[in-house]
Ligand binder design. Structure first.
Ligand code: SF4
Ligand code: MG
Length: 286
């Protein structure tokens, strides 16, 4: 079967949306990703979610690290910060602490997040920083032309691993659930409507929300995480899954084979900002 997804991010559509006068978060820069890259769906999903949530462009910040995914801030009409490799989360935490009124969305790839920046994730999660982390997982380093990443599957061959990948991949969903993220979900670039819904829910959550997005790199992965393979394997989370049940979420995250899409876990608890407010009040003797 041929891959069926075609990016809808076309000049004509952009002009049509601008002319219609509806709130729009696309910038004047069109994405420079390879045609067919899954990231087009994510930029569509983020701009749609921001529109639906009625957020104001100059009260929203998109923060990225380094990699193909990290070009993202150029393509949305919000404030943006293209930071250092793996360091998007500490910068985003600083932005949110400095101004709690801002909506902060962090974007990045699997290498940026789980290799170079891996040590920042547990702390953002356990502190429950009120930001959204959208992780674009294509299981490869795309910008540097196809090296294996921490989420590459066993047996994956790339230009720099011709004898196959022998390193077991990380399980990001299990990691984030274990780290204490207060919202954990999974989407797929090939299901753009579902993805936009998940992004909207993630941004609307008060606390640290982690959205894992399965997204093909059409240029450097022709065999593993392709649209064809993902279309044939992804499914919805089972009916009746209780997103308040952490153990059930962990059990689902541990399953291999057919990635389940949807909201794994959600809880309400004090955010970092609320904790800091409390410290300030006590220090001032209120
Ligand atoms: Fe997308 Fe891969 Fe191209 Fe990067 S190299 S823009 S991840 S298709
Ligand atoms: Mg990647």
């Amino acid at each position: 079967m041929k891959d069926v997804y075609k990016p809808v991010y076309l000049e004509e559509k952009l002009a049509e949306i601008r002319e219609s006068g509806r709130l729009d978060y696309r910038s004047k820069s069109l994405p420079t990703w390879c045609p067919g890259c899954g990231y087009f769906s994510i930029v569509e999903g983020v701009t749609l979610a921001l529109t639906r949530l009625g957020l104001v462009s100059d009260e929203t910040v998109v923060v990225s690290g380094i990699g193909c995914a990290s070009r993202f801030p150029f393509f949305v009409d919000t404030y943006g910060f293209h930071t250092l490799h793996g360091r998007a989360l500490p910068v985003a935490t600083g932005i949110k602490v400095a101004n709690e009124d801002l909506t902060v969305v962090v974007v990045g790839g699997d290498g940026d997040a789980f290799a170079i920046g891996g040590a920042h994730i547990p702390h953002a999660a356990r502190r429950n920083v009120d930001i959204t982390y959208i992780l674009f997982d294509n299981g490869i380093y795309g910008l540097t032309k196809g090296q294996t990443s921490p989420t590459s599957e066993l047996g994956f061959k790339t230009g720099t691993s011709p004898y196959e990948n022998h390193d077991a991949p990380l399980n990001p969903l299990m990691m984030l659930l274990s780290y204490g993220a207060s919202w954990v979900g999974q989407g797929y670039s090939g299901w753009p409507h579902h993805l936009a819904d998940m992004i909207e829910l993630a941004i609307a959550h008060r606390g640290f929300s982690y959205l894992h997005v399965l997204s093909p790199c059409v240029t450097f992965d022709k065999t593993t995480r392709t649209y064809h393979n993902l279309n044939m394997s992804v499914r919805h989370l089972p009916d009746g899954h209780d997103a308040a049940d952490l153990m059930s979420a962990l059990a689902l995250a541990r399953e291999t084979g057919a990635p389940a899409l949807g909201l794994y876990f959600r809880e309400e608890r004090r955010t970092l900002g609320e904790g800091l407010d409390d410290i300030c009040k006590r220090a001032q003797g209120d």
